[in-house]
Design a protein around this ligand. Structure first.
Ligand SMILES: [Fe+2]
Length: 410
């Protein structure tokens, strides 16, 4: 066994390794929550990831037909278990081979921080891997979970020390030890990290850039209660692309179903069953793009909306552009990372602050449920789906003096 590496990890370099794109051998990829499972460990205690929510978790699947590698993995891991323990990591090793070998493997475990689970029917693997995957027989595969039982990264390195080292680096990077802090006020928002990977964020931005976009309007009701769109640069300065059906929209919906819907259910006891069309929005730095404080469900035509979602797509590329929820802290500025989602109730007052440099891209959506669907259906029955868009205030001034044809976007 080689000595423990003492050099500090190059976290920036390793982060590139962490955000791998879907692997044809895997059912779950970074960002996905892991399903619960439980099998007896070396002490006869049923163990699995769910009870360790709140801590990082390392799950390693030992190969079915390479016992030498399994023994080697456990011996190598022993040299690092103290480092994992520093960050409160629970280590779950899953073995599905012969019982006699399992008992011999158990003798290698010296710490309560490591549980060696025996899964003789190889059921746990079914949730993580596609059938007949090339990893099952000869390779150790390790998954690093964040404190919310979601996959941060996975590693398949045949050099086992590298696999363990990279797993440790991701624990350090994404689940660092934090000092206790008293929280005295906060907005009732749900922040979900890493809903989209960087590649998907870029695909969404590209759709805005090359798929068309136009001035974003606001909504208000006319004297009959029908929604009227209007563009007013004193209230909002943004350009939107409305997503149509296609592979990217399907991909996004599948991700939202797996990574956002269960979190909203857990946090707010609300069953999302419906979604308005996604909008890809850009607040341009040159325009000092912004959206003044407002609520998202104040008209008969928007009354069905229950939760709003914003996913930042390029947090590193702009300045300003914070979200603010003034009712709960007028100096609290929210800037989630790239791919992170912010979810909040549509009744909550919120504001997109001006972008001061760069262009801020985000993906927007509104969620509702079956009861709210009837509210929307009733509005559409009375008023119909379409609405006119009027131009007011500074936007009208700009368009009158601008003969370049930008009115086509309205
Ligand atoms: Fe809004």
């Amino acid at each position: 066994m080689s000595a423990v590496k003492n050099t500090p990890p190059n976290l920036e370099k390793l982060a590139e390794v962490s955000f791998l794109y879907p692997d044809r051998n895997l059912k779950l990829v970074p960002g996905d929550p892991v399903p619960p499972f439980g099998y007896n460990d070396q002490l006869g205690v049923k163990e699995g990831p769910r009870p360790y929510a709140g801590k990082p978790v390392l799950i390693s699947f030992l190969p079915l037909h390479n016992d030498e590698k399994s023994f080697s993995f456990l011996r190598t891991l022993r040299a690092y278990e103290g480092r994992f323990a520093e960050f409160g990591t629970k280590i779950l090793i899953v073995y599905s081979g012969k019982e006699k070998i399992y008992k011999d493997l158990c003798k290698e475990i010296k710490s309560d921080a490591i549980s060696l689970l025996f899964d003789p029917k190889d059921k746990a693997r079914e949730d993580f891997f596609k059938t007949n995957n090339q990893y099952a027989s000869h390779t150790v595969v390790s998954f690093v979970l964040d404190v919310n039982n979601r996959i941060l990264s996975y590693f398949t390195d045949s050099i086992l020390e590298d696999q363990i080292w990279k797993s440790l680096c991701d624990v350090i990077r994404y689940c660092p030890q934090e000092l206790s802090q008293q929280i005295k006020s906060q907005a009732p928002v749900l922040l979900i990290p890493r809903v989209l990977d960087q590649n998907t964020c870029q695909q969404v931005i590209n759709l805005w850039k090359y798929g068309g976009h136009g001035e974003s309007g606001s909504m208000r009701s006319d004297e009959n209660g029908k929604l009227v769109g209007y563009i007013d640069y004193g209230r909002k300065r943004r350009e939107d692309h409305f997503m149509k059906r296609g592979p990217l929209k399907t991909q996004l919906s599948n991700i939202i179903k797996k990574r956002v819907v269960p979190e909203v259910k857990k946090a707010f006891c609300f069953d999302i069953t419906r979604i308005e069309d996604y909008k890809i929005a850009c607040y341009r730095g040159d325009d000092k793009g912004f959206f003044r404080q407002h609520r998202d469900n104040q008209n008969p035509g928007t009354a069905h909306r229950r939760f709003a979602m914003t996913i930042n797509l390029n947090a590193e590329e702009y300045e300003g552009g914070h979200l603010k929820f003034a009712e709960y802290g007028k100096h609290h500025l929210y800037k989630p990372g790239t791919g992170d989602a912010v979810i909040f109730g549509c009744s909550v007052l919120h504001e997109a602050m001006p972008v001061t440099s760069g262009d801020r891209f985000c993906l927007l959506a509104f969620f509702y449920d079956e009861a709210a669907k009837d509210v929307r259906k009733e509005y559409l029955r009375k008023m119909g789906a379409g609405h006119e868009t009027k131009i007011v205030g500074k936007a009208l001034d700009k368009l009158k003096s601008d003969e370049s044809g930008s009115a086509d976007n309205i």
